[in-house]
Design a protein around this ligand. Structure first.
Ligand code: ADP
Ligand code: ASP
Ligand code: MG
Length: 411
């Protein structure tokens, strides 16, 4: 008898029929004698709808109230799911984050899980009840509701699997597994059967939203093997696991894109020591994570700086930068929401040169202008105009021959 945590994403619970189908799938496993813990997202589109509603009330929504609103989507699906199970004659109980208790810090809208109390879940499991937990939410020490950041239900699932020492953690979604790139925009994308935690961390950090990055970090830390698979088929998906000798070592494991960033440019700043500190300190104090930064020196001791921030923090970041701009005597501040970061990722890149050059040539051939570049040992990222995202992803996937499972190594 195994303890299984299964998480179903928004598209898997998008309407009452889908919820019922998923409930049946879980009940089948329960009927085989397994102890089932289910983690659910909100119905597809709901969380976005809430964000939209909130911005109609306040340009920068109050984070505490935002969490009260955002967490409501998952409350709906867990209740409906438990009803579906009961309707079919089995027992289920829905639990919210504060009932479980999933304790978090108080960073509203992107809280981190500090501790999970598994006692209540275990009690219900001992009674043969299917436990249905609302994903994406937790509670602070003061009893305030928090959410874990977009895509956070994956993190709830893996954290529960770790806390319960589950035998399996399965993430059910609308694709068959983890692919070499988003299969919804590149038909030649290839499903990866097994991927290491580290490679998955890289893919997730650069935009492969099939798994939330913090869920991968937790899975690695607590050695939870994660099976990513489709809610709509029985096909074996992708296993995210520790590295072993049997794994294919790929030069480039995938192409990712991230449309959730924005650029901010601050122009003609006096090029003096301390300018960057003055600019970035208040941004980081506001909990905004800056990703890429470039600085160009102009003639006459002036400099321009461009950097990226998450799109969801854009308004707040612009407000801060505009305040600092006066202080550091910058000439102007401009921002753009219409950008995408496209990346190629692969631990095999460490030992090969020429990968970045291939990427630049591919984008040039397609007439795509590169706005920013950043590289590390195992990835190259370029910021481009958002409208070229699909074109860039497909061209790069083809150029690196990722549809093949034995890629050619460049000379
Ligand atoms: P869920 O609502 O189930 O959590 P998400 O929309 O968060 O689903 O994640 C699944 C989506 O991730 C897929 O529909 C796909 O478009 C996207 N995706 C991006 N990159 C990849 C990738 N490398 N492999 C698989 N899916 C990917
Ligand atoms: N409903 C939340 C979101 O859309 C959490 C999740 O689906 O994982 O981001
Ligand atoms: Mg998701």
């Amino acid at each position: 008898m195994a303890l299984i945590v299964q998480k179903f994403g928004g598209t898997s619970v998008a309407d009452p029929d889908k919820i019922r189908n998923v409930a049946r799938r879980v009940m089948k496993k329960a009927a085989e004698g397994n102890r089932m813990v289910v983690v659910l997202s909100a119905m597809a589109g709901e969380t976005n709808r809430f964000v939209d509603l909130a911005t109609q009330m306040q340009a920068i929504p109050d984070p505490r109230e935002m969490d009260v609103l955002l967490s409501s989507g998952e409350q709906v699906t867990v209740a409906l799911f438990a009803m579906a199970v009961k309707d079919e004659g089995m027992n289920a109980v829905s639990l919210l984050g504060d009932q479980v208790k999933i304790s978090t810090d108080n960073t509203h809208t992107k809280a981190r899980i500090k501790e999970i109390n598994a006692d209540l879940i275990k009690q219900h499991l001992d009674n043969g009840t299917i436990v249905v937990v609302a994903g994406f939410q937790g509670v602070t020490a003061d009893g305030d509701i928090t959410t874990l950041g977009r895509g956070g239900s994956d993190t709830t699932a893996v954290a529960l699997a770790a806390a319960l020492k589950a035998d399996q953690c399965e993430i059910f979604t609308d694709v068959d597994g983890v692919y070499t790139t988003d299969p919804n925009i590149c038909s030649r994308a290839r499903k990866i059967d097994r991927i290491t935690y580290d490679e998955m961390l890289e893919l997730a950090s650069l935009g492969a939203k099939v798994l939330d990055i913090r869920s991968v970090g937790l899975a690695k830390r607590f050695k939870v093997p994660v099976h990513v698979r489709s809610s709509f088929t029985e096909t074996e998906g992708t296993w995210v696991v520790e590295e072993d000798d049997t794994m294919e070592s790929m030069l480039v494991s995938g192409v990712t894109y991230n449309k959730n960033e924005a650029t901010i440019t601050i122009s003609r700043v006096p090029d003096t020591p301390g300018t960057a500190a003055k600019l970035f300190t208040p941004i980081s104090e506001a909990g905004i994570v800056v990703d890429m930064i470039i600085q160009n020196t102009r003639a006459g001791d002036l400099t321009d700086m461009t950097f990226t921030v998450p799109r969801s923090d854009y308004e707040r970041a612009m407000r801060i930068v505009n305040e600092v701009a006066g202080e550091i005597k910058a000439e102007s501040v401009n921002g753009s929401l219409g950008i995408t970061k496209v990346s190629i990722v692969g631990v095999g890149m460490r030992n090969h040169s020429g990968i970045a050059t291939t990427l630049f040539n591919v984008l040039a051939r397609e007439g795509i202008n590169i706005l920013m570049i950043s590289t590390s040992e195992i990835k190259v990222s370029c910021v481009i105009e958002e409208k070229y995202t699909e074109l860039a992803v497909r061209a790069l996937h083809d150029a690196f021959e990722l549809e093949r499972d034995n890629q050619p190594v460049p000379e």
